[in-house]
Design a protein around this ligand. Structure first.
Ligand SMILES: NC(=O)c1ccc[n+]([C@@H]2O[C@H](COP(=O)([O-])OP(=O)(O)OC[C@H]3O[C@@H](n4cnc5c(N)ncnc54)[C@H](OP(=O)(O)O)[C@@H]3O)[C@@H](O)[C@H]2O)c1
Length: 330
């Protein structure tokens, strides 16, 4: 498994990250058996993934607790990224929230602490200062941001240059960060950690038309705002989305590469990418996803995938927020 070292840190991470949101089930994901979740985490480690992404928001600590249960014995061999919620971005709140995450993970420090979403109501200077202090105190080994667009990232960088990562939505069906955010991250050498890397299963080819996608997975701006769980106000891009899916599927069949693997191989080939975060709900999905790391695409194939998804990219535009129209993430 390929690795990189996160800047401003001594953390070596694998270029595939296990995303530990879906393993708690519930919102967005429905029923999930705990034994499958624990087995998926252990399989990821056995398959060579040593970077795990979690958050307070994933089951209010349940995901972090599961990571401890499955992998507590190998904490010295893995790197865990967690996140705190925007309500906790005041100076003292960051410190308190950090302690709470340490407790949920039953550790004595955090590896990578991320700010889950920007909070325009709290001065970013206060939040970043708390992160810098926590790092100096040895409570965290590095800090990163998530869902920070041009404006928020620029403001955060004015406080400290020590930002080790920016976690953003990125996949073949969601290329909004390519307009401005990804170039800015590259300029400052901040690796991107991509989330929803297979677009919550859409890029695994399990749905062939919008009607097949359950409402709680059809919240993104690909789908009409008439879907019951939608928080945006747009008509959606269902036709372009499913045209792109059909074309990617055709290319995958022609190349004899599973569609999800092809999509992940495209993603890892993009400049500025640090690690691709992929969720998995059972050991088989983990094995299938890890296999994608062996796939390498020719420049020509990458360009062909760029071309078939360009109309969707242009139609969705530079708003990188998958769920809201009125967003700061540009
Ligand atoms: N920072 C943020 O705001 C943010 C937001 C979202 C996610 N994230 C992070 O990113 C991670 C990944 O993103 P995501 O969970 O949104 O989506 P994702 O990784 O694109 O999709 C994961 C889902 O796809 C399905 N799947 C996985 N492997 C598969 C395979 N080989 N074949 C077929 N289906 C497969 C599984 O669901 P089914 O089996 O149910 O189809 C799985 O839960 C999360 O776990 C979380 O760590 C961060």
């Amino acid at each position: 498994m390929q690795t990189i070292t996160l800047p401003h840190s001594d953390l070596t991470i694998t270029r595939m990250t296990f995303g530990a949101w879906a393993i708690v089930g519930g919102f967005n994901w429905g029923h999930q058996e705990e034994k499958d979740s624990l087995a998926a985490l252990q399989e990821a480690y056995e398959q060579g993934i040593t970077f795990f992404d979690t958050a307070q928001a994933y089951g209010n600590g349940a995901s972090e607790q599961m990571i401890h249960q499955a992998l507590g014995d190998v904490y010295d061999k893995i790197v865990i990224a967690t996140k705190i919620v925007p309500d906790d971005f005041g100076y003292e709140d960051v410190k308190r929230a950090c302690e709470a995450r340490i407790q949920a993970l039953q550790s004595d420090h955090l590896d990578l602490l991320q700010l889950h979403w920007p909070n325009p109501d709290i001065p970013v200077e206060e939040t970043m200062r708390a992160l810098v202090d926590l790092k100096q105190e040895g409570k965290i080994r590095a800090f990163g941001v998530s869902n920070f667009g041009k404006q928020d990232l620029t403001e955060a960088l004015e406080v400290t240059k020590e930002i080790s990562s920016n976690q953003l939505p990125y996949n073949l069906l969601w290329r909004a960060i390519e307009f401005d955010i990804l170039p800015l991250c590259e300029k400052h050498q901040i690796p991107v950690l991509s989330y929803s890397s297979i677009m919550q299963g859409l890029l695994a080819g399990k749905f062939s038309n919008p009607q097949e996608v359950p409402d709680d997975r059809a919240r993104s701006r690909h789908f009409s705002s008439e879907r019951s769980q939608a928080r945006h106000s747009e008509g959606g891009q269902e036709t372009l989305t499913f045209e792109a899916i059909a074309q990617i599927k055709q290319i995958a069949e022609r190349e004899d590469i599973p569609m999800a693997s092809l999509s992940m191989a495209w993603l890892i080939a993009q400049p500025g990418m640090g690690s691709i975060i992929v969720g998995a709900r059972n050991p088989q999905q983990v094995r299938d996803n890890v296999a994608a790391m062996q796939v390498s695409l020719s420049d020509q194939l990458v360009e062909e995938l760029n071309e078939v998804t360009r109309p969707l990219k242009e139609a969705l535009g530079s708003n990188a927020d998958m769920w809201q129209s009125d967003s700061r993430i540009h």
